[in-house]
Design a protein around this ligand. Structure first.
Ligand SMILES: Nc1ncnc2c1ncn2[C@@H]1O[C@H](COP(=O)(O)OP(=O)(O)OP(=O)(O)O)[C@@H](O)[C@H]1O
Length: 225
């Protein structure tokens, strides 16, 4: 347990009053990479949302990066999100500001004040994802793959222990998906834990990792092929 970064026990996942997944048991340890698969509507996003505090955990127990999901108060959610990096299918960048300002926005919102440290951090994460030269562009001036790289850079800003990626390649063509996946793999190899919801079986086959599946209202481990 001391190595665990995420631990759910008999956790029921609800959307409003609808039970989406029941009695979920899941442990993710430091350095693990898990795929989360399952048909449309099977509950992948609902599980992710519960993990980052967007849905309340009503029954069962859940701990993530040191937070108790059952007791999580609204005012603690920003602190939880500083310790996990979240990557979405649709990037969720702010279109009215540059790449640099998108990242600046997050650092300021999470309490960074020192201008030099801010600049250095933004350069570091953009360099990590190969987007340092494009810091002055606005999201609409970038390809989908480039936007996702910036979104991954944003997820890395506060050096999270765990990255939750909800269909990160869902809006990308196969070649770009592969590049983004290689980046996520490299981030994993640098020591981060990753939980990635995906429909992309080509990636799952190419980059084998532990896999869990939402089906029939439950979460299962899938045997690795
Ligand atoms: N905001 C909501 N309010 C009520 N029910 C919802 C809401 N969002 C999703 N649901 C329901 O919860 C169930 C699980 O949806 P969820 O989005 O978690 O599935 P998913 O596996 O992520 O699907 P997809 O692969 O299409 O993203 C579905 O039956 C869906 O209709």
């Amino acid at each position: 347990m001391e190595n665990s970064i995420l631990h759910l026990e008999n956790a029921d996942i609800y959307q409003r009053d609808n039970l989406v997944l029941s009695k979920v048991n899941l442990t993710i340890n430091k350095g693990d990479f898990f795929y989360l698969i399952g048909k449309t509507g099977s509950g992948k996003s609902s599980l992710m949302k519960t993990l980052y505090g967007d849905l309340k955990l009503q029954r069962g127990t859940g701990a993530i990066v040191g937070f108790d999901l059952k007791k999580l108060k609204d005012k603690e959610i920003p602190f939880l999100r500083r310790k996990i990096g979240i990557v979405f299918q649709d990037f969720k960048l702010l279109n009215d500001r540059t790449v640099f300002d998108n990242l600046l926005f997050v650092l300021k919102a999470t309490g960074w004040k020192d201008k030099e440290a801010i600049k250095a951090k933004i350069e570091e994460v953009l360099d990590h994802v190969g987007m340092k030269m494009q810091y002055y562009k606005k999201p609409f001036e970038l390809s989908g793959g480039e936007q996702q790289r910036v979104a991954i850079a944003r997820a890395l800003l506060n050096d999270p222990e765990l990255i939750l990626a909800d269909e990160p390649t869902g809006n990308l063509d196969p070649k770009t998906s592969l590049e983004v996946m290689e980046l996520l793999n490299e981030i994993h190899q640098s020591g981060k834990s990753i939980l990635m919801a995906t429909h992309d079986y080509a990636l799952i086959v190419k980059f084998k990792q532990q896999t869990i599946k939402c089906e029939g209202g439950e979460l299962f481990e899938v045997a690795q092929g």
